[in-house]
Design a protein around this ligand. Structure first.
Ligand code: FMN
Length: 383
């Protein structure tokens, strides 16, 4: 950790929504981790699912290529370079100079703020980069982080808790049968009644020519104690998780454990008591979501996030034409009605990245064997 930026892992993405491709570089993975493009395929597919998605998901089926950092199926310790082709590119490649200059900013998008900041006349370059298409690369990078975490028995799950005001009955994500049902669900919930309720909410938004957001939860199981630190503000893992998840397009609130609900409780009802069970310190609850003092405490790490409704609505919203100064209605272009299930998959990727970074920060290792040795020695030393 140096100057607030972790030096264990780092990554960058580049690419526009309708450009030829998205690219990403992940630096700092130890050598010797088995990795192929197939490891990334499932999460890329999961990001594209969900009831309420728009037409683009039908055009594209994302596939990542690994361009560097893997030799004979194993990571080399060098930067891993990734590329995901935009299948929509052939429809756009000649349009750069043909499309009219866009001067009407859409409420809820980066359009106006980005245009003002970068001194642009055309909104399009802002929206092309601000688009959640960028999260495709986040998910590919997150899948590599998950692969590393899986080596140490850490698995990441997610579910949708709410769409608009419709609430799902939360499933127990430690139960593989529940996880199977969530994965099979079009809205990432565990039971048919919840599925019906949430789908009805999306249908209602669609009928009203409107959109909806909601709440999802990401849970990491098998996390050892000791990741993150209480000693400095920028090493606190709760803060690092919140920043990472909040950086996902359209996320407006992040909570760890009971989050906002903790503010409503008495102290005796808000914390996680302990007792000795068969010689082991055991928690009675997990209200803290696996983090105390910014350090993992051995309980599952629970992160919840609120996604605002999709900004582009079929019903026009008031805006202005910056070229004429006139008040005009916003223009509608093909868009999602609800993308909360996809956002949950992106949330998994961000949580996986932060945990992988914190794991490597604590245990190091230029080769996965070395990381294993360090993790195993620490876990064995725990009381
Ligand atoms: C998975 C996902 C899909 C999205 N799809 C759309 C979409 O189809 N149309 C749209 O207007 N906004 C969509 N958004 C939201 C915009 O990207 C987001 O509201 C915009 O970039 C503004 O970001 P901010 O609210 O974080 O500032 C999507 C967001 C996510 C996470």
């Amino acid at each position: 950790m140096k100057g607030g930026t972790s030096v264990a892992l780092r990554w960058l993405t580049a690419g526009e929504s309708h450009g030829p491709c998205l690219t990403g570089i992940l630096d700092g993975m130890p050598a010797g981790l088995g990795l192929s493009a197939d490891d990334l395929a499932r999460d890329l597919w999961r990001r594209q699912q969900g009831y309420g998605r728009g037409g683009r998901m039908k055009i594209e089926s994302d596939r990542a290529e690994i361009l560097a950092g893997v030799w004979r199926g194993k990571t080399t310790g060098g930067p891993i370079a990734l590329r995901v082709e935009n299948r929509d590119w052939p429809n756009w490649k000649d349009k750069e100079y043909e499309l009219p200059v866009m001067t009407v900013p859409r409420p809820g998008h980066a359009d106006l703020a980005g245009l003002l900041k970068y001194g642009l006349e055309d909104i399009r370059p802002v929206l092309e980069r601000a688009s959640a298409r960028e999260t495709t690369m986040r998910v590919a990078i997150g899948a590599i982080a998950k692969k590393l975490l899986a080596e140490f028995g850490i698995v990441i799950r997610s579910q949708v808790l709410q769409i608009g005001t419709a609430r799902a009955t939360p499933g127990d994500l430690s139960d593989p049968r529940v996880v199977e049902r969530v994965e099979a669900s079009s809205v990432r919930v565990a039971d048919p009644e919840s599925e019906e309720r949430l789908r009805a909410a999306i249908d209602c938004a669609k009928d009203r020519h409107d959109t909806l957001g909601g709440v999802f939860e990401v849970v990491a199981f098998g996390v050892m104690p000791g990741l993150g630190s209480h000693v400095q503000w920028d090493r606190k893992l709760d803060g690092r998780l919140a920043q990472a998840v909040m950086s996902i397009q359209a996320i407006k609130a992040v909570a760890i454990g009971d989050g906002f609900q903790a503010g409503e409780r008495f102290g005796t009802e808000a914390h996680d008591g302990m007792e000795m069970r068969e010689g082991k310190v055991t928690r009675l609850t997990n209200r803290a979501g696996g983090l105390e003092g910014g350090i993992t405490n051995g309980q599952p790490v629970v992160v919840r996030a609120v996604k605002k409704p999709i900004s582009t609505t079929a019903t026009p919203q008031p805006t202005v034409d910056l070229a004429t100064g006139e008040n005009v209605p916003s223009q509608y272009v093909r868009s999602d009605v609800c993308a909360v299930p996809a956002a949950a998959v992106i949330g998994e990727a961000m949580v996986a990245y932060v945990l992988a970074d914190a794991l490597l920060e604590k245990f190091g290792g230029d080769n996965i064997v070395e990381t294993h040795r360090n993790v195993d020695a620490f876990v064995r030393s725990l009381p």
